[in-house]
Design a protein around this ligand. Structure first.
Ligand code: MRU
Length: 362
């Protein structure tokens, strides 16, 4: 089966599958500059926490390459050249971090490149470009491997004939490939388990109906699309065996920021005794934040609610609010599925333990 490739680095430029046009049109946007990539992140050409983390890495590579190629260096002392270059990269990293403030993978990807660059301070401009490109490719490959590990771990929680509910899109499109929450579903299906998925449409950007449904259809996984407000109906009828979602940021106490509507699902799960799972890589864990209450929630343009493409959905000029994410407290989470294993009932101690063990699994 042909895999889904939302991000392609062709050695010169970055090609991003335009997720705003799916499912009707499969078209790539070609990004030649840092600004091209930044715009694509802001406009949701590419979205999903791990995917924007990986994309940010290539944005920095593009600006580094442009800077170093135009460097008139031989007359300058290398030390001064390098500190100016590093501060150029840091400034651009800071710009990227602000584009989508909730998804911590963006900041994580930026830091990986800045660290790599620091380690290259004695290298020539050409060696720096090569070193950063190598790191970017490693980050890309690692993301897919990590997703596959999350899939393997998570599939242990999925029984034969399970009905699973998912929200938003935490699939191949939201990562470098394969997916986190949808990766678990994919792995269970590939193991031969007969599963069925309820897909929340996920207003207002419709990541569920446009993107998750597209991915499941391509893979041949049985599913039914439902409106977000139908989730409670099916959960209360005991039609759902478990709920699996992804995450944009996980605080040190296990609280999870994810697509708006996730918290309501977790409350519904608790009320109806249905397991609620969050699947995410460790790059989504932010140990510098001790509680979900401190996570910045991105507010997006109200037009995403009042209009869809050219269609007007509400009276012109009204007020509308569009928080893109909400916080699910750790106490509502049955288990966190990561590449390093499954953490049941996550709390601060278990998160510290998990974080300390991360090196053993890489
Ligand atoms: O606004 P989006 O589409 O970037 O939000 C994406 C989500 O909320 C996903 O559930 C999350 O990033 C996990 S993706 C593997």
């Amino acid at each position: 089966m042909k895999s889904i490739s939302p991000i392609i680095w062709n050695g010169l430029s970055l090609e991003l599958l335009d997720q705003r046009l799916l499912p009707e049109v499969e078209r790539y946007v070609h990004c030649h500059t840092f600004d091209d990539v930044k715009k694509c992140i802001e406009k949701m050409v590419v979205r999903g926490a791990p995917a924007i983390g990986v994309t940010a890495v290539f944005a920095l590579l593009l600006t580094a390459r442009k800077y170093l190629q135009s460097f008139a260096g031989p007359t300058e002392k290398h030390k001064f050249f390098f500190s100016r270059f590093q501060s150029h990269l840091e400034t651009h990293g800071a710009i990227l971090k602000k584009t989508r403030p909730t998804a911590v993978n963006l900041a994580w990807g930026v830091e990986r490149i800045l660290n790599k660059s620091r380690n290259l301070k004695k290298a020539s401009p050409l060696e720096i470009i090569e070193g950063l490109e190598e790191e970017a490719k490693i980050i890309f490959d690692e993301d897919i491997e990590i997703n596959q590990k999350i899939g393997e771990q998570g599939a242990k929680l999925i029984g034969d004939h399970y009905t699973i509910l998912t929200h938003c899109n935490a699939g191949a499109l939201a990562t470098a490939g394969y997916g986190t929450a949808l990766g678990v579903i994919r792995s269970a299906f590939r193991q031969g388990k007969k599963i069925m998925v309820y897909v929340d449409e996920t207003r207002p950007f419709l990541q569920g109906s446009r993107l998750t449904a597209w991915e499941l259809q391509k893979e041949g996984i049985p599913f039914s699309l439902i409106v977000d407000s139908a989730a409670g109906y099916y959960i209360s009828k005991k039609d759902v065996d478990c709920i699996i979602v992804g995450a944009d940021r996980i605080a040190a106490n296990g609280d999870v920021a994810n697509k708006i509507g996730t918290y309501s699902l977790a409350v519904l799960a608790k009320e109806n005794d249905v397991p609620f799972y969050v699947a995410a890589p460790l790059s989504t864990v932010d140990m510098s934040i001790d509680s979900g209450k401190k996570i910045t929630i991105e507010e997006r343009d109200a037009e995403e609610i009042t209009k869809f493409r050219e269609l007007t959905l509400a009276p012109v000029g009204i007020n509308a609010k569009n928080p893109a994410f909400d916080i699910t407290p750790a106490k509502l989470i049955t288990a966190l599925i990561t590449e390093c294993g499954i953490i049941k009932l996550p709390d601060q101690n278990k998160m510290i333990d998990l974080y300390n063990k991360r090196g053993e699994h890489s």
